[in-house]
Structure formats: C-alpha cells, structure tokens
Design a protein around this ligand. Sequence first.
Ligand code: R5P
Length: 300
Amino acid sequence: MIFYGDNANKDLSEKVAHLLGVETFYPEIHVFPDGEKRVRIQQDVLGEEVVVLKSLFMPVDENIMTFAFILDALKRRGVKSISTVVPYVGYCRGDHEFRTGEAVPLEVVIRLIEMSGAQRIAFFDPHSIKFPEMFQIPATALSAVELFAQKIKEIEPNKDNITLITPDMGGKRRLQLLSDHLGGVNCASIQKERDLHTGQIEIRQSKGEFRGTCFIIDDMIATGGTVAQAAIHLSEKGVKDIYLMATHGLLYGNALEVLKKSPARKVIVTDAVGIPEEKKFDRLEILTLASVVARYVKSL
Ligand code: R5P
C-alpha cells in the first residue's frame, strides 16, 4: 500500500503513516503565477493500492481542485485502486437547496471526487446522516466519538456528573452515540437559529437538565458562534464547568476572539484539519484522529 499524505496537515499524515508502518509521500504541486496548478505523482505506483489523505478546507475551492488533480494523476499512473480519507469535506453544509434557485455545492464536490478517480471515501462526523448516501462509491462515516468519550472520562470520571448537550437538533444522534460510549449519561439540547443573511446565532430554547460538568458537542466550530452562544446560555443558567467539543476545528472569521471570550473552560477539537500555530490558544486542545484513520486503512 502506498500512502499519500495531506500537504496542509503533515502532522496527522505523519502520525497515520507511523501507525501504519509506511512512508508518507506527498504529491508534487507547482502553482503557476495565475493560480493554476501542476500536480504530479513522482513515484512508480503502477498496480499499487493507494490511500490518499486530504482535508478539503481553506482555501476550500483550491483544495478541492488540487485533490481532484491528485486523483486524476494517480489514475493516469495506473494504480490498482484509490481509497481516500477526507477527514473534513468542504461544502458539507451545502447538502440541499436552502432557498429556491440555490446550487447544491456538496453534490458537485462529490461528483468531482468520484469522476476524478476515488474508488472509496471515508470522512469524519459528517454534518448530516444522509451524507454517505449521496456518494455512488462506498462511503464510510468515521467518528471522533471514542476520542471525545476518552477525554470526557479524564475530565469528569463520575458519569452521573456528566451532561452532554447538542446545540442543534441535527446533533442528537451524535450525542446518543457519545452517551452510549460513556455508558449512558444525561443529555440535553439547545435550539439555535441562524440568520441566513448576517450569520448571527440566536438561542431559541433549551430542553433537558443542565447539571454537573457540561459538554457542548458539535460537528464543527466554524466562526464559533454556535458553541459560544450555547456556552453563554449555560452560564446564564448557572453552569460553571462548560467544555466545548467538535470534530472539525475550522476556526475562521472571529472564532478565536469569540471562543476566548466564552465561559468555556476548554475548547477541544481534533486534527481533522490542520490548525496553524496562530490559531492555537491556551484553552484549545487538539486530539488526533490518527488511530481511527490508521484502523480504517488497515481494515481495507
Ligand atoms: C450547523 O448546523 C453545524 O452543526 C454547526 O453548528 C455550525 O456549522 C457551526 O458554525 P459556527 O461555529 O459558525 O456557528
């Protein structure tokens, strides 16, 4: 098996390769002055089973095209198979027409990945449960849930003192999965609404009991608005120990300021996307997905 790592997430790539006991190769990428790219696979991969790791994050469109070129280059080199691990799939929130006349970007991204040569794909904690069904190639949803369960147990060993909270109704299944990993714990939810024009988050209502150490769980932290507003809501209800957890620490826009100001003790994300030094802060903890990725690759 030949493993190609993600140029934009070398830490995760090297950790996965180490667990697999293989070398990490990176495609050669040359950017022309006009922004176009030349992507080249230097190795002789004829007849090989290839695994490509690549998150489709900022700059999203650029990374999507680069990924498609990598797949195409591998196909042209005559590989036996191409399996892909895409921890974060850009446009995952664009999975349907929100308003009449809108494109469905996720559909376009998926078709491009398939057309370029991916024969199977795995991703982490997709935004919607329907996500795997949108693919025509075998698609596997991996999860950071076991890593979060482990971390939660370290923070709060008494399971009767744990409350898991989803900041939107779509996250209920994720919460249930995490609760099962923890042997069944108290779960609650907060309902938010986002203004489609300004992006501002407003908490509409909450359900359940917020007690003990509270963990707000989401699939992603983008601008930080959702989890930060949820944390403020809990704090106003008198909760003292609040932790924010999300698989995809995208942290763009004003996320850093928003999160630093939030009443949460810690913000815990994974290395699904590479987090640059300037986005790290003392209350941010990054868990690695390497063991889950390596286990999946070994199972192929
Ligand atoms: C939305 O449905 C997602 O599950 C996240 O809650 C959301 O995308 C997070 O975005 P932000 O951090 O910008 O509020």
